[in-house]
Design a protein around this ligand. Structure first.
Ligand code: 1CP
Length: 343
């Protein structure tokens, strides 16, 4: 089906756009009262994500209610460990928890490469329904966690400030770590391909814990797997968001991703110098700006847009929107991009 608004895809590919497209990381499952209503009708996040009709409904809500230029499929990066044989729980108000974690060679050997058709058909079904219900209004973004970030959860067992268990494994068991990263990468490639076959128009890889690795570790344990994903996923534009990975831009810009995401600590001007002109940059308003009043939001959004300048840009926050942000303030941000981001 022909897209009525393909700004996101054109911006990603470096084609001409009338204005800068805008969407928000984590736009689907956090801020909207309409989301909370759907969420309250089921037992929890996992049931919602695994019910394709409902996942499609909450995916489309931000398009209807906020006016974003893209939808992102409602799911989580942790569906991959589960499909590999390591199930997770979502603990209310605390986040993900893995009852079992990866500690040894036999743990890694027991994991399977995800059989997407068998274990993740709820995601591909949700994508099909969403595409149908969007009816070409905006593109649909598919996504997955980057291999290192998925590895971090599988070894650590949940969120962590330091991910020291996961990092320790890279130092103490480098070969085993590569084996695990390899299996995660195979699973991720199969998963992203299935999302694309089902209708995803663009895919984003979230390396949320990139910033806790040393530069050398990132080069050894992250970049090669990100490269394999980029090389094997073709036909749709690809985005890599490596949070806090200040030292990684030179390497990331050598990979076949159309778009590179910036968090709010990064300078668009400095990153552009490293990356060059033939990549699109995405980001990077500090999500905390959205706690401020309308005029402040407009001022910071305008300033952010001017830092990206005339180069290839997709407007976004520098990380996911926080759950207690007032949706009206999100709208001020989106409206400001639409007003000031005219080319
Ligand atoms: O919010 C959306 O737009 C919907 C889709 C979505 C996405 C893109 C969810 C739903 N999760 C994600 C990605 C995701 N999940 C990332 C990458 C992006 C990022 O850095 O924010 C990460 C790291 C996760 C892991 C995760 N899932 C966490 C973080 C834990 C930590 O280490 O601090 C948490 C809290 C979750 C739970 C989750 N995921 C999504 C929702 C709606 C929820 C809340 C669960 C609930 O409603 O109970």
């Amino acid at each position: 089906m022909e897209l009525k608004n393909d700004l996101l895809l054109r911006a990603a590919k470096g084609e001409k756009v009338e204005r800068t497209p805008v969407w928000l990381m984590r736009q689907a499952g956090r801020i909207l009262p309409e989301y909370r209503k759907v969420r309250a009708s089921v037992s929890g996040f996992i049931e919602l994500a695994q019910t394709p009709e409902l996942a499609a409904e909450v995916t489309i809500q931000p398009v209807d209610l906020l006016g974003v230029d893209a939808a992102i499929i409602f799911s989580d990066i942790l569906v991959i460990p589960e499909a590999m044989g390591l199930p997770y729980e979502m603990v209310e108000k605390r986040g993900p928890h893995f009852p079992d974690t990866i500690k040894s060679k036999s743990d890694v050997e027991k994991l399977r490469v995800a059989n997407v058709e068998e274990s993740l058909s709820y995601v591909t079904k949700a994508i099909e329904i969403t595409k149908n219900d969007l009816n070409g209004r905006v593109p649909l973004i598919g996504f997955a966690g980057a291999p290192w970030t998925i590895f971090a959860y599988m070894v650590e067992g949940g969120g962590s400030k330091t991910f020291s268990k996961a990092k320790a494994m890279l130092y103490t068991e480098p070969e085993l770590s590569h084996q695990l990263l390899d299996k995660i990468t195979d699973s991720t490639i199969a998963y992203l391909k299935a999302q694309i076959s089902s209708g995803a128009d663009l895919v984003q890889v979230f390396d949320s814990w990139a910033g806790i690795l040393s530069h050398a570790q990132y080069q050894e344990f992250a970049i090669p797997y990100l490269k394999r994903i980029a090389d094997e996923i073709q036909n749709v534009p690809k985005t890599i968001f490596a949070k806090d990975a200040h030292a990684a831009f030179a390497d990331l810009s050598q990979l076949d991703y159309n778009t590179i995401g910036l968090d709010w600590t990064m300078s668009p001007i400095e990153v552009r110098k490293i990356v060059g002109d033939d990549r699109t940059l995405q980001g990077n308003l500090d999500p905390c700006v959205l706690y401020a009043d309308k005029e402040t939001i407009r001022k910071h959004t305008k300033n952010m847009l001017s830092q990206f300048g005339e180069g290839r840009h997709i407007a976004n926050l520098g990380h996911g929107v926080y759950p207690d942000i007032n949706p009206d303030h999100v709208k001020y941000f989106i409206e400001a991009v639409k007003e000031f981001g005219v080319k």
